[in-house]
Design a protein around this ligand. Structure first.
Ligand SMILES: Cc1cc2nc3c(=O)[nH]c(=O)nc-3n(C[C@H](O)[C@H](O)[C@H](O)COP(=O)(O)O)c2cc1C
Length: 337
């Protein structure tokens, strides 16, 4: 029989879990305690029907929250195991983080303090490349969670990926922008403790490569400056073997492990997922970063821009632990589509 976390420890676990990244900071999750174990559920009222119709990115966010919860447990002295989707009849059940009768993984204990420092950084990065040893460590972090982080290093692949990102940005429909506008620089978002504020958008690049996604594209946000960004951003694709809900959950866990490991090494990240919102372009992105001669296709789950940051990006708000413990009230939820 394992000890159950105290109320203070539960708060540590929930604060860790809710620090996870989610698309436009929608926080598409809710949690339930089952004894000392934590269930992670998808909140369908916070899904994005236009840009994420299958709910793939919502599950990725829940996967990230799952891994972050494990770091919270580890900081409190608990070892954990993850069971993904134990209830096949409930497609909104993401994962159960189970307390096990073992000491926590010491690497999780080390990573926990970096959760609070992790941010999506849409500012310019230094031109100095990310050291190869760090990229290798990030690759190992992804592999530990059943995913791959493939850096686009081969010339045709790099250029092709950039072209895909630009093409997807160009193809973006107004409906996607309208959906995003409900979460980005939305008037009452701070009160609701969700969404992305104008201060997190970052400056506009003088020479856009598309790898810094402008979440306010087409809108005029006061006070945004133009500035020079790194000339050749490092781009990496987070991939999984196939494209099931289990793969999405693994991608989310891998994503958080990669991001928090990067934070620990002084490496920042932002995302350029535009091609992944289009089925055909997403399929292409799954081929792109392969070394010449390798013909294996994987499913692209996230496109990351990595670099040494120049400034500390601002933090985004989160709902309080008490507000994420209840199942959402379906009938009263607001529609944002
Ligand atoms: C599945 C997923 C998709 C995301 N897609 C994008 C994206 O395309 N562009 C972007 O700038 N940020 C993207 N983000 C980052 C979120 O906007 C960010 O995590 C959220 O605003 C919270 O901010 P934080 O990461 O600084 O805590 C994504 C995050 C997740 C988990």
């Amino acid at each position: 029989m394992t000890a159950a976390p105290t109320p203070t420890q539960r708060e540590t676990v929930l604060r860790a879990a809710t620090s996870a990244p989610s698309k436009y900071n929608t926080q598409p999750w809710w949690f339930r305690w089952d004894g000392g174990d934590l269930e992670v559920h998808v909140d369908p009222t916070r899904r994005l029907p236009r840009s994420d119709p299958a709910g793939r990115e919502a599950v990725i966010a829940c996967g990230a929250a799952t891994f972050a919860a494990r770091l919270g447990y580890a900081a409190c002295g608990f070892g954990t195991a993850v069971e993904g989707r134990p209830d096949e009849d409930d497609p909104l059940f993401a994962a159960r983080v189970r307390v096990v009768a073992e000491a926590p993984d010491p690497r999780f204990v080390e990573l926990h303090p970096y959760l609070a420092r992790r941010r999506t950084d849409r500012g310019p990065f230094q031109d100095t490349p990310v050291p190869t040893a760090v990229l290798d460590e990030l690759g190992a972090a992804a592999r530990a969670e059943d995913a791959w982080l493939r850096v686009a290093a081969w010339e045709p692949a790099y250029d092709h990926l950039l072209a895909l990102i630009r093409e997807a940005t160009w193809l973006e429909e107004q409906g996607l922008r309208d959906e995003r506008a409900a979460w980005v620089d939305a008037p009452d978002a701070a009160r609701r403790r969700e969404g992305v504020g104008a201060e997190s958008l970052g400056p506009l690049p003088e020479q856009p490569t598309g790898t810094v996604r402008d979440l306010a594209v087409g809108r005029d946000i006061a006070g945004r400056e133009h500035t020079a960004f790194e000339a050749r951003p490092t781009i990496a694709v987070l991939e999984t073997a196939s494209d099931t809900r289990g793969d999405w959950l693994a991608a989310g866990q891998a994503l958080l492990r990669v991001l928090v490991t990067a934070t620990r090494r002084g490496v920042a990240a932002s995302f350029a997922n535009q091609p992944l919102e289009d089925e055909e372009l997403r399929f292409e992105a799954g081929h792109l970063t392969l070394p010449p001669g390798e013909a294996l296709h994987r499913s692209a789950q996230m496109i990351l821009r990595l670099g040494l940051s120049t400034t500390q990006a601002p933090s985004t708000p989160r709902r309080a632990p008490a507000d994420v413990l209840e199942p959402p009230t379906w009938h009263t939820s607001r529609s944002r589509s």
